[in-house]
Design a protein around this ligand. Structure first.
Ligand code: MG
Length: 169
């Protein structure tokens, strides 16, 4: 059975909220990324672009898959060695980043630079999610998903405003 787009969309939004991530926080990342290139940029416009990214089915699938693995790991339900690898957020695992790239891909290659930058600098909400190693929480996938949504939203903005994409090439 093929699930309806609206069901996937609603579930993806619910899961993000349940895991403590607001779309406003993701929009803030987009704002910080693009403000230097676009004077008239507003938080509303950033939020609009974040919402548009999450309307894509590929993005919903990545959100659901990544969060599911984080939650199963939190509950100790994965088998070894995956349970330990995801719990410890092992640097050499890399599948969390690969899953996130399926989101970044949606708006073409401009997103890769922004995703790499967010992954390296871990601003704001990404830092909060990344800081889970000594807690009961697991956000191994979610931190990358949030960065990827922000990067994809920034790319979408850039496509609508060619003067930004010139700067970002
Ligand atoms: Mg990660």
């Amino acid at each position: 059975m093929v699930r309806s787009g609206s069901e996937l969309h609603r579930t993806a939004l619910e899961k993000l909220e349940k895991r403590g991530v607001s779309l406003g926080e993701i929009a803030e990342l987009v704002y910080d990324l693009q403000k230097p290139y676009l004077n008239e940029l507003t938080m509303d416009l950033c939020l609009e672009n974040v919402q548009a990214v999450i309307r894509k089915r590929e993005v919903q699938n990545a959100i659901l898959t990544g969060i599911e693995l984080d939650v199963l790991c939190e509950e100790g339900k994965l088998s070894s060695p995956l349970q330990e690898i995801i719990k410890e957020d092992e640097g050499l695992y890399g599948i969390d980043e690969i899953l996130a790239l399926s989101i970044v891909n949606v708006y073409g290659s401009i997103g890769f630079t922004n995703y790499g930058f967010l992954d390296k600098t871990k601003p704001k909400v990404i830092d909060r999610l990344d800081d889970h190693k000594n807690t009961d929480e697991t956000h191994t996938f979610l931190d990358d998903i949030v960065g990827a949504i922000a990067a994809a939203a920034a790319s979408r903005l850039a496509h609508d405003n060619p003067e930004i994409s010139d700067v970002m090439k």
